[in-house]
Design a protein around this ligand. Structure first.
Ligand code: S2G
Ligand code: ZN
Length: 481
């Protein structure tokens, strides 16, 4: 909101001085005026991601166009003890690409080329700044698909998707980003360029360092190139939206769908989510009546009997009282418009500065997670608007608390953070994750211990020290080094 931006404007003036003159001169001669930005608008624009609870305060924005420029930037940062925040599409939700303490932003915006598509090898190689949506299009031009997709793929970059191991709406069928990275080129905190796994399908020659970089959130170095696996697009995907009477019924429907359908997605959202999206986006609700929850089920229906099977499944669920109403897409355009009911939630509710819990447990324990957290919501958030949605087929729930206009961002965040302790204790009891897909970043660092034990965090610190011995990359992200 307004208060956050004015605070940064003041703070920025102080921070630009953080970069020693000698380094400023070296950066200007390396990048030129147009690729080393320090104007207030650029600092505010590139210095943040989608997070609204931390103010950006970078010292400058760097826009390299080659790996060697990035290596020079890293060695300058080491020499002058200046910190770097790698930055991609800036769609992150946990402050992972937030430059809050005078760091230099290392933006991959100018390194976005698709370098090659290998049809026989079913793989695509691109620069770290390639837009996820461009990758989808390049794969489709060759009759293939890059199968990781989510609401922000129109502006997110593959480097950020890999650094946060992005999930999204097709994980139940295709898994997370981690499953599709076959090669990575990275520049570490020592300025070295490492080529990890080189796109090989098979390579058992010691520790697979590629997997340390996937999900590293910019604390080990910067991803400058990626090789991704591609797969066949699904055969005639169809979407059903189901009105269901309770959270518990969602899991019964999921079990039935897993058994009977070739599932591509199993998402859910609450009636408040539906109201916000239909009114906010001016799109038709799927039913004339309203239900407490809705399931969005996408499946392959390559044959007539697949469609009959889906209809029989729904009828069976209705007999059991697990489903009250259902609509099945009859065309590709209707399939897409039904998806909007789920995919437009995040963007629609952003106007209420939502406090987000992105939690998960095993699918088997998901009913317990749902009911325990919903009881906490009833106790602690009875006076606030709460939107439930997410990838319930993966055991991943998004709980968004909407900020009332009458409450300041700081006050609202403090209240929600105190409730988070109760939520994360339930997550911990159920062996779940306090951040299923959005990463830890700056926002969830204080809660990391609910999901990772001290021995693991000590090992993570040791690995960070190996890759980034001077601690120049993304200081304070994920844990205090
Ligand atoms: C989703 C997108 C980000 C958000 O829609 O599945 O992961 O706002 C989210 O939670
Ligand atoms: Zn999600």
């Amino acid at each position: 909101g307004k208060d956050v931006i004015t605070m940064t404007a003041g703070k920025q003036a102080a921070d630009i001085g953080k970069v020693p003159d000698a380094m400023t001169h070296a950066l200007r001669s390396l990048l030129g005026e147009e690729r080393f930005l320090t104007d207030a608008e650029s600092l505010a624009h590139y210095g943040r991601d989608w997070t609204r609870f931390v103010a950006p305060a970078p010292s400058g924005i760097l826009l390299p166009i080659s790996i060697s420029e990035i290596q020079t930037i890293v060695s300058l940062a080491r020499q002058y003890k200046v910190k770097l925040v790698p930055s991609g599409g800036r769609t992150g939700l946990s402050g992972g690409a937030m430059a809050a303490k005078g760091e230099l932003v290392l933006s991959l915006e100018r390194m976005r080329k698709i370098l090659q598509v290998d049809k026989a090898g079913r793989s695509l190689t691109c620069e770290g700044g390639a837009i996820t949506g461009e990758i989808h299009r390049a794969a489709a031009e060759h009759g293939l698909m890059y199968p990781v997709d989510f609401a922000s793929s129109g502006s997110s970059q593959i480097g950020g998707n890999i650094a946060t191991n992005a999930g999204g709406i097709q994980v139940i069928r295709y898994g997370m980003t981690r499953n599709w990275v076959t090669g990575l080129k990275v520049v570490t905190g020592t300025g070295e360029l490492l080529e990890l796994n080189q796109g090989l399908v098979k390579n058992n020659t010691g520790l697979d360092l590629r997997h340390l970089f996937i999900g590293s959130e910019g604390i080990l170095g910067v991803i400058v190139e990626a090789t991704l696996g591609l797969t066949d697009p699904p055969k005639t995907p169809r979407v059903m939206v189901l009105g269901v009477p309770s959270m518990a019924s969602l899991m019964h429907v999921l079990t039935g769908c897993q058994a009977q359908l070739s599932l591509l997605a199993f998402e859910f959202f609450s009636d408040l989510a539906l109201q916000k999206v239909t009114t906010g986006q001016g799109i038709q609700p799927p039913f004339k009546d309203r239900y407490p929850f809705y399931a969005l089920v996408e499946f392959e229906s390559a044959s007539a009997e697949a469609e009959t099977q889906a209809e029989q499944l729904v009828e069976g669920c209705m007999t059991q009282g697990w489903v009250d109403d259902a609509v099945l897409s009859q065309s590709e355009s209707q399939r897409r418009s039904l998806w909007r009911l789920r995919e437009d939630i995040s963007e629609t509710i952003a106007q209420w500065t939502p406090y987000k819990n992105d939690i998960s447990t095993t699918v088997q324990k998901t009913p317990a997670l749902l009911s325990k957290v919903d009881a906490l919501v009833a106790r602690h958030y009875a006076d606030l608007e709460v939107v439930w949605y997410g990838h319930i087929g993966d055991g991943n729930l998004h709980l968004n608390i909407l900020k009332p206009d009458t409450v300041s961002v700081e006050e609202f965040q403090a209240r929600c953070k105190s409730v988070s302790h109760h939520v994360f204790r339930v997550v911990q009891e159920l062996g779940g994750s306090i951040s299923a897909e959005h990463g830890v970043g700056l926002l969830k660092k204080d809660f990391l211990h609910f999901s990772r034990d001290p021995a693991e965090i000590t090992l993570m610190r040791g690995i960070k020290a190996q890759f980034d011995p001077d601690g120049i990359f993304n200081p304070g992200n994920v844990f205090n080094a």
